[in-house]
Design a protein around this ligand. Structure first.
Ligand code: GLC
Length: 616
């Protein structure tokens, strides 16, 4: 005779198993025949106002007041903002979490599935164990569009393995001022290169068909002029989210081509930018979002706001909603939570419906936005099969094959700025090699921001290969490899590799008034220099820094940007497994006084020009 408790445990186990099986099914699970095979217009006609407004609302999973709100408020999308991870941050836990959210959406009258969005901006970078590839500034140095496409394909597979179907990438910012904390999210300063690589990422994410089991929707961002502001124009930081004070000719020349290229590549969505253009917030800018992007250029996908992006529009919350939706925003990212400042998705939805009912937002605009969202969902196959998570992709997350491709990207991203007396490549048969500096054995510093957490962090944050480990793996068994973070063990070595650079940061947290090296880095460089041993400097940074002095002292100097988990790619360059091929995708300033400095400026005497890079 089974006790009540045992019965309850058995029942829970059986039900959980059924839920997992239901979630695991790859059979089409179409809840309601109202949507299957129907035209978008007929679905929109059948929708209530609450269902329409719900589709236009995106909430962050960590701020869901009640998981049933997904069903009760008909939410169209959920996101994981930076660091918004399941309790156990491992791939299968992500997939289980997303399936549960999808099952809530499936309980609504129409059963329209969620688009689940995440910042997979350099691999599936929120997930422990995933492959983290170089940030865009390093990809810019490769100038290799096919490689960038393959990396995006890799990322799409790892993202879909976790049940997620939308990434907020590519960032196609044209970063004009290196003091900006998002400079590393930009491919560089040449709109042509940005266009090529941004389009390649869109193609890699979305594949040949957006409804493939390993495709994810792209989100080209941040429209428009996110990289244009200069110092002290920022509202949040000192430059981030600032005011792009440029004329329309410059805006169209430097910041628009990459969106045209992304649309030609079929980007499903575009994200509005926090910045202003000559004093007017982009999130409320009808001329730029509707007249140019949708009418003049014919963008057929949908525009999603940035994180509380509409809140920055002057006026109260209701007027923010009215202005942004009427200006062309189709889906609003509403991550506010009841404990902190910011409006919750519940307040957003109630205020939004009020604005519609009083006639401040025409129903034609609502129907246009919902049609755009549902068209993307249909292209993604979401209106035919609610649960399409191919769990077999889990084996690809962080796989050797993926890491090998990421390592190739790292090799091609490294830019050699100095190599006096052919110090490089070092010999794999040296007697003793010392690896020094804060970045010597530090996957977190290799990855930079947007890595496991929003800001990223130093140390062993996720499985990967540090530069020290890479040297150990590559050199001969007779070579002694010694880790000496402070460089004091340098004397007598054949060579010392000193790895310095920036602490991880993201967005406005990375806005810097000066780009000088840290005291700690200068100290280790002086220590190694005093040993008189050949010194190879590796700089891990999200942008050019002021390196004039260290350049004089160094025998070899490599700009390695933010390479991600596969630090072995840098070691391949150091020891000649790869002839350095990286070329600067940004101008390298000789002093802070020169910044902003970009190719095409009338005065242009940088330390290294756009396109510079040495080889063996
Ligand atoms: C952030 C960023 C944007 C990101 C979004 C969601 O504030 O500006 O790039 O996609 O919020 O995390």
């Amino acid at each position: 005779m089974l006790s009540g408790n045992v019965k309850a445990i058995l029942l829970f186990t059986v039900l959980s198993g059924m839920l997992i099986v239901a979630c695991n099914t790859t059979e089409p699970v179409v809840k309601h025949d109202i949507i299957k095979g129907k035209t978008i217009s007929s679905i929109v006609e059948s929708m209530t106002l609450a269902e329409k407004v719900g589709q236009m609302t995106q909430a962050d999973r960590r701020y869901l007041i009640d998981i049933d709100d997904i069903k009760d408020y008909y939410l169209g999308s959920i996101l994981s903002g930076g660091g918004s991870t399941p309790e156990v941050n491992e791939p299968a836990a992500w997939a289980n979490m997303v399936d549960i959210y999808q099952s809530k959406a499936a309980e609504t009258r129409l059963g329209i599935p969620l688009m689940y969005g995440i910042d997979a901006v350099h691999g599936h970078n929120n997930v422990i164990g995933a492959t983290i590839v170089p940030h865009n500034i390093g990809l810019g140095a490769t100038a290799n569009a096919e490689l960038v496409r393959q990396l995006a394909q890799l990322t799409a597979r790892e993202v879909r393995a976790t049940g997620i179907n939308w990434t907020f990438a590519p960032c196609v910012a044209n970063s004009r001022d290196e003091r900006w904390g998002r400079a590393y999210e930009s491919f560089g300063e040449d709109p042509q290169l940005i266009s090529e690589l941004g389009a390649a990422q869109v193609s890699g994410f979305q594949g040949s068909s957006l409804d493939a089991a390993d495709a994810i929707a792209a989100c080209t961002k941040h429209y428009i002029g996110d990289g244009a502001p200069t110092w002290l124009t920022g509202e949040e930081g000192l430059i981030d989210r600032g005011d792009a004070m440029i004329d329309e000719v410059t805006l169209r020349a430097l910041h628009l081509p990459q969106y045209i290229a992304a649309m030609e590549a079929g980007t499903a969505t575009i994200m509005a930018s926090y910045n202003s253009w000559n004093g007017e917030k982009l999130h409320g800018h009808k001329y730029l979002m509707t007249d140019i992007l949708k009418d003049e250029l014919g963008f057929q996908g949908f525009i999603v706001s940035d994180w509380k992006g509409i809140d920055g529009i002057p006026g109260d919350y209701k007027s923010d909603i009215i202005q942004s939706i009427n200006a062309g925003i189709d889906m609003v990212m509403v991550p506010g939570d009841v404990t902190k400042n910011g409006y919750t998705y519940r307040e957003f939805i109630e205020t939004f419906k009020e604005a519609i009912n009083e006639g401040s937002i025409p129903m034609s605009r609502i129907d246009d936005a919902v049609s755009r969202i549902l068209t993307v969902k249909k292209d993604m196959g979401l209106l035919d099969n609610a649960f399409r998570n191919d769990r077999s992709l889990l084996a690809s997350v962080g796989s050797d094959e993926h890491r090998a491709l990421a390592r190739q990207a790292v090799k091609e991203s490294v830019v050699m700025l100095k190599n006096s007396e052919s110090t490089l490549p070092l010999s794999k048969n040296a007697t003793r090699i010392v690896v020094a500096g804060r970045g010597a054995d530090n996957v977190g510093m290799q990855c930079g921001g947007w890595s496991i957490s929003w800001q990223g962090s130093h140390g062993d944050i996720t499985p990967g290969t540090t530069i020290f480990e890479g040297v150990q793996e590559l050199v001969s068994e007779n070579t002694e490899v010694q880790l000496s973070i402070d460089g004091t063990a340098s004397s007598g070595a054949d060579a010392v590799i000193v790895v310095i650079g920036e602490d991880p940061y993201a967005e406005m947290v990375g806005d810097r008034e000066n780009l000088n090296l840290s005291e700690a880095d200068i100290a280790v460089l002086n220590t190694v220099k005093s040993s008189g041993v050949p010194m190879v400097v590796v700089l891990l940074s999200g942008r050019p820094m002021i390196i004039n002095e260290v350049l004089n002292d160094a025998d070899g100097f490599l700009a390695a940007w933010l390479p991600g988990t596969e630090g072995g790619g840098i070691v391949d360059v150091i020891f000649g497994e790869h002839n350095p091929s990286g070329k600067l995708s940004v101008t390298w300033p000789a002093s802070m006084e020169q910044i902003p400095i970009n190719s095409g400026d009338s005065e242009y005497e940088p330390l290294f020009p756009l396109g510079f890079g040495l080889n063996y």
